[in-house]
Design a protein around this ligand. Structure first.
Ligand SMILES: N[C@@H](CCOC(=O)CCC(=O)O)C(=O)O
Length: 402
C-alpha cells in the first residue's frame, strides 16, 4: 500500500470490510511506518506566516490545532466513516461526549426531540435534565412501538434518537421503519450503535442519518480507553457537528485514537466470536432462569428484527432473578471468574447490576418505566472459553438458590 492509499476513497471504498478495518484511513508519514503513527502534538508549525492564515481561512488543507484536527484522530475518523458507509466522521473524548454533542450541536431552544425510553442512564440524564434547561423539549417513547414514534412528532421535532439493542433492556428499534416515519417529516435519525458495533449492524444502510458510538466498547475491545465517534453525511458532520466540537473542545486524544485504530483491526473477529459465545450462554441460562433478554434467542419478542437489521445479536444481554436487588448482588458477589464491572465490549466477560450502576443516575420511576428491574443483571460476554463462564455462573447461581 502506498503512503496515502488508505485516505483515497476512490480506492478504499471498494475494499471489503475486513480490509477497511485494517488499512482504511491510514496515512503514512515520510518514515513509511507500517503501524499508524501517534501524533502527540497539540499544535503545528509553519514555514511561513501565510500558511496558517490560508489554513484558518480554509483555502488550503492542513492541520492548525489538535482541537480542530489531528493526524492520528483523522486516521481513525476516516476508518470509522469507511466502515460505517458514511461520508464523514468526527471523534469525541468519550461515548457520552458523542451522545451529548450529537444532540447539542443540532438542537436549539424551542426544538423538540424524541428518544426511545430504554437507553443508557447518562443519555437519559442528558435528555431528561440537561436539554430542558436550554428550552429543548424531549418526549420518551417505547422505541419498539412505531405508532408512538409517529404520535410523538410535533411541528418543531428535529431529532429521533435511539439505541438498538438498548442498554440494558435489549429492546430493539426497527431502524428502517422509524427512519421512514422521521424522514416523512424532515426529522434527523441518530442511532447509538454501541451494543452491536459496525461489525454486526450498519444503521446507515437501513436509513438512519447518523450513527453515534461509545468507541470505548467493542471498537477498542480491550477496555483500555474512553472514546466516542459520530458518523454521517459530510454536511452534518462538517458544518453542524464540527463547529460545535471544535469550539467547545470535546475531542479525542491522539493516543486514544491510536488505541481504537488498533482495536478496529480485530473488531469483526471479536464481535462475531463474542456474539456466538453470548448466544450459547444465553440459551444455557434460559434453561435455568425465568427471564433472559437476548434478541438472538427465539424467546425474544423482537427476534425477527435481528434477522432484518443485524448480522448477529451481539455479545451483551440481560437476565432477571426473582429475588430482586439482594439476590442479584449475592449472585455477583459469588462470581469467581467473571468480573463485576459496569462496562461492556471487553475481551473479558463483565457483569453488572444496572439499577445500581449504569442506570443509577436516573430516577427509580424512569428505570421502572424503561424496564430496568431491581433483579436485572447485564452480562457482556468476552473471549474466554464459554464452558468456564457457564461453570462460574452455575456455581454462583447455585450459591444463591438458583
Ligand atoms: N455504557 C457503558 C458505560 C458504563 O458507564 C458507567 O458505568 C458510568 C455511568 C455514569 O456515568 O453514571 C455501560 O453501560 O456499561
Amino acid at each position: 500500500m502506498k503512503r496515502s492509499t488508505g485516505q483515497d476513497r476512490k480506492i478504499t471504498s471498494n475494499w471489503r470490510s475486513a480490509t477497511q478495518a485494517v488499512r482504511g484511513g491510514t496515512w503514512r508519514s515520510e518514515m513509511g511506518e507500517t503501524s499508524e503513527a501517534i501524533f502527540m502534538t497539540s499544535g503545528y508549525s509553519y514555514d511561513d506566516a501565510e500558511t496558517p492564515a490560508d489554513r484558518f481561512a480554509g483555502k488550503i488543507p492542513g492541520m492548525t490545532y489538535s482541537r480542530t484536527a489531528n493526524p492520528s484522530v483523522q486516521m481513525l475518523e476516516e476508518r470509522i466513516a469507511l466502515m460505517e458507509g458514511a461520508e464523514a466522521c468526527r471523534c469525541q473524548a468519550s461515548g457520552m461526549g458523542a451522545m451529548s454533542s450529537v444532540m447539542l450541536c443540532q438542537l436549539s431552544a424551542g426544538d423538540h426531540m424524541v428518544i426511545a425510553k430504554a437507553a443508557f442512564g447518562p443519555t437519559r440524564w442528558v435528555t431528561d435534565n440537561l436539554l430542558p434547561r436550554f428550552g429543548i423539549e424531549v418526549t420518551a417513547v417505547d422505541g419498539r412501538d412505531l405508532n408512538q414514534w409517529q404520535d410523538a412528532i410535533k411541528d418543531n421535532t428535529k431529532l429521533f434518537f435511539f439505541e438498538t439493542p438498548a442498554n440494558p433492556t435489549m429492546d430493539l428499534v426497527d431502524i428502517a421503519e422509524v427512519s421512514k416515519i422521521a424522514h416523512a417529516r424532515g426529522i434527523r435519525v441518530v442511532v447509538d450503535n454501541a451494543f452491536a458495533s459496525v461489525a454486526l449492524q450498519r444503521p446507515l444502510d437501513h436509513g438512519a442519518d447518523v450513527v453515534a458510538y461509545a468507541a470505548t466498547k467493542l471498537m477498542d475491545g480491550s477496555g483500555r480507553t474512553l472514546a466516542g465517534a459520530i458518523a454521517g453525511d459530510a454536511q452534518f458532520i462538517n458544518t453542524i457537528l464540527h463547529p460545535y466540537t471544535r469550539n467547545t473542545g470535546n475531542v479525542l486524544s491522539p493516543f486514544n485514537a491510536w488505541v481504537v485504530l488498533k482495536g478496529l483491526e480485530t473488531l469483526e473477529l471479536r464481535a462475531k466470536a463474542q456474539a456466538a459465545a453470548a448466544l450459547d450462554l444465553g440459551a444455557w441460562l434460559e434453561t435455568r432462569l425465568p427471564r433472559v433478554l437476548h434478541p438472538g434467542l427465539a424467546s425474544h419478542p423482537q427476534h425477527d428484527l435481528v434477522k432484518k437489521q443485524m448480522y448477529a445479536a451481539g455479545s451483551i444481554f440481560s437476565f432477571e432473578v426473582d429475588g430482586g436487588r439482594e439476590q442479584a448482588m449475592k449472585l455477583l458477589n459469588a462470581l469467581q471468574l467473571i468480573d463485576i464491572s459496569n462496562n461492556i465490549g471487553d475481551t473479558k466477560t463483565l457483569m453488572t447490576h444496572p439499577a445500581s450502576t449504569t442506570h443509577s443516575s436516573i430516577s427509580p420511576a424512569t428505570r421502572a418505566e424503561m424496564g430496568v428491574s431491581e433483579g436485572m443483571l447485564r452480562i457482556s460476554v468476552g473471549l474466554e472459553d464459554v464452558q468456564d463462564l457457564k461453570d462460574d455462573l452455575d456455581a454462583a447461581m447455585k450459591s444463591v438458590g438458583l
